[in-house]
Write a protein of this length. Structure first.
Lengths: 195, 158
């Protein structure tokens, strides 16, 4: 009941924003900014760039809001604009495929090697190990092609379902599954290269 | 074959989904063990990244955004679709014009698309001069060329 009222309210804000009402658009921004911040932060990994990117995304959203036709949920529509914007950003700022292994400390390397032992895998990772794992996976994500990164972040970090990803990326469900599989394989191959 | 199936299961459903036989295989197969280890590094790393605190929008983020929208509106930048549509129409009209000109140049100067050919076709017809029954005084004519044959009506129908 409450969600229905919220939905009706949101539709009203969208209609007002479509007529150029900035105040109504501000309410939509309040509603979706956390989700957009999260997505952008996980996609670009540049904390200092996140706010500027989010602002650009919302300006793009306002410019395009007249073309929103209520077919998809507004959140998915905003997510699509966010992902496309981040995709363009990542392609522009594509980090070079230079060797990054030197950036891993000796301790991190040792910790990863220790992790090969089966008995070590059973215990939950310590805070330091968590930091190393995060660092390593972030580096792998940074090196991955932009499309792999998009689909992996949406699935594994933003926890979207395959159907939701297909809506956001405007791909078919089967394409999402294939790309997801390919992205995981590529990440694993990259990790092997590290060894 | 066995390894491929186990690795796919690991990737899609995780280690918990493996049967006891598969688990036994995982213990003895170095390839699958390495795969499982690498896969767990990836999934754990991704999980820890997802648990990181997300940066909060700074104070007054929405207000700054709305101010920027106002500024862009004042400068006429918010609705570029008008200029886009106008530009698209100009380009379309130019393309139509160029295509028409090219078509006009490519077509032959005559033919079924244009009009009838300019060349007049002349079919020579025999000239028949009749004087009906009136008597003709041939001596009043200037001398006829040698190739003109004079026949009377009765000769003509004979």
């Amino acid at each position: 009941m409450e969600s229905n009222a919220q939905e009706r309210l949101e539709v009203e804000w969208i209609r007002r924003a479509q007529q150029g009402d900035h105040e109504a658009f501000g309410l939509l921004v309040e509603q979706y900014q956390r989700r957009v911040f999260s997505m952008v932060f996980h996609l670009v990994h540049q904390q200092n760039e996140v706010e500027d990117l989010v602002q650009e995304i919302f300006i793009k959203t306002f410019r395009a809001i007249r073309s929103y036709n209520f077919r998809a949920p507004f959140g998915a529509w905003v997510a699509r604009i966010s992902v496309n914007h981040c995709y363009d950003y990542l392609r522009r700022k594509r980090s070079s495929r230079l060797n990054y292994y030197w950036q891993l400390s000796e301790e991190s390397r040792r910790m990863l090697e220790r992790g090969l032992e089966p008995q070590q895998r059973e215990s939950p990772p310590s805070i330091e190990e968590q930091a190393v794992l995060k660092d390593l996976v972030k580096k792998l994500l940074d090196r991955a092609p932009a499309e792999d990164r998009m689909v992996l972040v949406l699935k594994e970090i933003e926890n979207l379902s395959v159907e939701e990803i297909s809506e956001v990326l405007n791909w078919s469900v089967s394409k999402v599954k294939v790309r997801l599989h390919r992205a995981r394989k590529r990440m694993l191959a990259d990790l092997k290269r590290y060894r | 074959m066995h390894c491929g199936r186990i690795q796919k299961l690991l990737e899609e459903k995780g280690e918990a989904s493996l049967s006891p036989v598969d688990r036994q295989h995982l213990k003895v197969c170095p390839d699958c063990r390495l795969y499982a280890h690498d896969w767990s590094i990836l999934t754990q790393g991704l999980k820890f990244i997802s648990q990181e605190p997300i940066p909060e929008p700074s104070l007054g983020f929405s207000a700054r955004l709305l101010r920027r929208l106002d500024e862009e509106n004042a400068r006429g930048l918010l609705h570029p679709e008008f200029y886009e549509n106008a530009g698209r129409r100009v380009i379309f009209a130019t393309l139509v014009l160029v295509f028409t000109l090219l078509l006009a140049m490519a077509l032959p100067a005559s033919g079924p698309v244009r009009h009838k050919p300019n060349v007049d076709t002349y079919w020579p017809q025999p000239e028949v001069l009749t004087t009906r029954n009136a008597p003709v005084d041939l001596s009043s004519f200037p001398p006829l060329p040698a190739w003109v044959e004079v026949k009377s009506v009765s000769d003509h129908w004979r």
